[in-house]
Design a protein around this ligand. Structure first.
Ligand SMILES: Nc1ncnc2c1ncn2[C@@H]1O[C@H](COP(=O)(O)OP(=O)(O)OP(=O)(O)O)[C@@H](O)[C@H]1O
Ligand SMILES: [Mg+2]
Length: 516
């Protein structure tokens, strides 16, 4: 007789049944997946079963109401903010010291999430190979990380854990609202499935392949499931069950009008927190040294280039000392003044009293900068989006989407002013690609400044793209792809047209940041 788990009164499940298992929890939004996962986690924690939960929406910190769980990452309930540099240490502490961990990724951008998970899961996989004791990893929104038909390093890692972790005692709980988008190999190999309600035909097809029933029967049973009910599938056992409600605070609950009070939360031991802080500081120092070394190499190569330029110019000066050439004085347009005037006229449309001549957009559509033609495209003429007011949409976006927009804007607002100006200009003039010379003329700075300090933060975040063309660096906006990547995950709660609305909102906010 093993240790019983109290997941559902309709189900006799024991702790031993979970070891090394790949468990799938599927269903549409609001069908009760996170509750089911939360109940399983509660039962595991009650029995001191070590685990990690990869939490995309910051829903699981409430487990601390009853259990000592370490919450790391970036988000509302996080105890220690960490990035991928500490991922290995946290994995080690979790596995070696049996500390349950919630990795809250809700405040990370997409690349940061991927980078963290690659480090973290790789470390868990390697440690499990050495320690070989039971451990389980829960992954919310699994379709994001193990998408059907796409190959990524992270997907291979998760699929490896799900399919081959058993020998190491390593199990996985994959949770997804997009059954059809989760890698089929992982789903078909899952030894235990909790199939909540689905409605879309594509998801129903996936269920039909997994369940031993006729198609029509499957559809009838699955569509009749209400919140918290699901079909439990394990080998020959196929039974509809009702999963009990979570005992601990569920931060991802569907909001109602009742006032919600966040409960008092348990803390993991201070020694563990200190160990992570220590690792973090060590990494921080190391990173700073790496950064300074990189800067040094860069500055040395810049100094070398400048020495070469000085030597070349000195050569030219010597030659010019011997000859006298008279050339008529060419008349160049005053680029500085023109760009100032354009900025001025954008900031004060129709305004008067300026000492700078304020040409209309059409009169400065093409000006020469360093012999190169600059498309002085007027913002209003080039923006490839319609303004929010005219989009005809009035439905509000889900709160989580609003929060994510604020997070992205907040992070951009923390970027330095030069980077924000570059971002604002390039996004404001999408989809055209601009050379460094052109951007420098528009935002009124020396070209070398951008070369020396490119907007790495926004390039890394995927908001901007930089590429070399005809020997020169060019920048263009990547906002559309960025929005699809960052917010695609909220579908089907939001429609494709909402992605467009989000893009319009972000466009306006990011352009504004460049003007502050
Ligand atoms: N077994 C249950 N008994 C009572 N209430 C439940 C049960 N399961 C879920 N709920 C409630 O239903 C709502 C939705 O549940 P949950 O957040 O688990 O859904 P979900 O499928 O994870 O949704 P999402 O895809 O949006 O994350 C929550 O308010 C939750 O408290
Ligand atoms: Mg959920």
């Amino acid at each position: 007789m093993g240790i019983p788990l109290s997941i559902s009164s309709d189900l006799d499940l024991e702790l031993e049944d979970i070891i090394g298992q790949c468990i799938g929890i599927l269903g549409i939004r609001g069908s009760g997946k996170s509750n089911t996962a939360g109940v399983i986690f509660e039962e595991l924690l009650r029995n001191n079963y070590p685990l990690s939960i990869i939490d995309i929406d910051g829903e699981y910190f409430g487990l601390k109401e009853k259990y000592e769980v370490l919450v790391v990452g970036r988000g509302e309930g996080v105890e220690i903010e960490v990035d991928e540099n500490c991922a290995q240490e946290i994995a080690q502490i979790s596995m070696e010291k049996n500390v349950p961990v919630v990795v809250d990724l809700s405040g990370f951008l997409s690349e940061e999430r991927t980078a963290f998970l690659r480090e973290y899961l790789d470390a868990l996989w390697n440690l499990a190979g050495k320690l070989r004791h039971p451990y389980i990893i829960g992954i919310e929104e699994a379709h994001e990380f193990i998408p059907q038909g796409v190959k990524t390093e992270l997907k291979e890692l998760i699929a490896r854990i799900a399919l081959r972790g058993r020998k190491r005692g390593l199990g996985a709980i994959v949770i997804s609202q997009r059954s059809a988008k989760v890698d089929k190999d992982v789903l078909s190999q899952a030894g235990m499935l909790f199939l909540h309600r689905v409605v879309h035909e594509v998801d129903m097809r996936v269920y039909s392949e997994l369940l031993p029933w006729r198609k029509a029967e499957t559809k009838e049973i699955i569509t009749a499931l209400s919140t918290g009910e699901c079909v439990y599938l394990n080998g020959d056992t196929v039974i509809p069950i009702y999963v009990r409600e979570r005992e601990t605070f569920h931060a991802g609950f569907t909001p109602s009008l009742e006032v919600v009070v966040t409960p008092e939360l348990k803390q993991v031991s201070q020694a563990i927190i200190e160990a992570i802080e220590h690792a973090k500081q060590g990494k921080g120092k190391k990173n700073r040294i790496d950064q300074l070394e990189e800067q040094l190499v860069h500055l040395e190569s810049e100094a070398l280039k400048k020495d070469e330029t000085i030597a070349r110019l000195e050569g030219i000066a010597r030659t010019l000392g011997y000859i006298k050439v008279e050339v008529p004085q060419p008349v160049y347009p005053d680029v500085q003044n023109i760009s100032k005037a354009i900025v001025h006229s954008v900031e004060h449309p129709g305004g008067s009293g300026s000492h700078i001549p304020a040409p209309s957009y059409s009169s400065v559509r093409r000006v020469a900068v360093n012999g190169e033609h600059v498309s002085a495209a007027a913002p209003v003429g080039v923006i490839d989006i319609e303004p929010l007011e005219s989009s005809g949409q009035s439905t509000s976006l889900p709160d989580a989407v609003g929060r994510h927009i604020e997070r992205i804007v907040g992070r951009a607002a923390r970027g330095n002013i030069l980077h924000r100006k570059i971002l604002g200009f390039v996004i404001g003039h999408a989809p055209i690609s601009y050379s460094v010379d052109q951007i420098a003329a528009w935002i009124n700075c020396a070209r070398g400044v951008i070369d020396n300090d490119p907007p790495r933060d926004f390039l890394d975040a995927g908001l901007l793209v930089r590429e070399r063309r005809s020997g020169k660096m060019h920048y263009h906006s990547n906002l559309k792809a960025f929005v699809a990547r960052e917010f695609g995950l909220f579908q089907p709660d939001i429609a494709p047209s909402d992605l467009h609305r989000i893009k319009v909102m972000l466009h306006a906010r990011l352009v504004q940041l460049g003007e502050q």
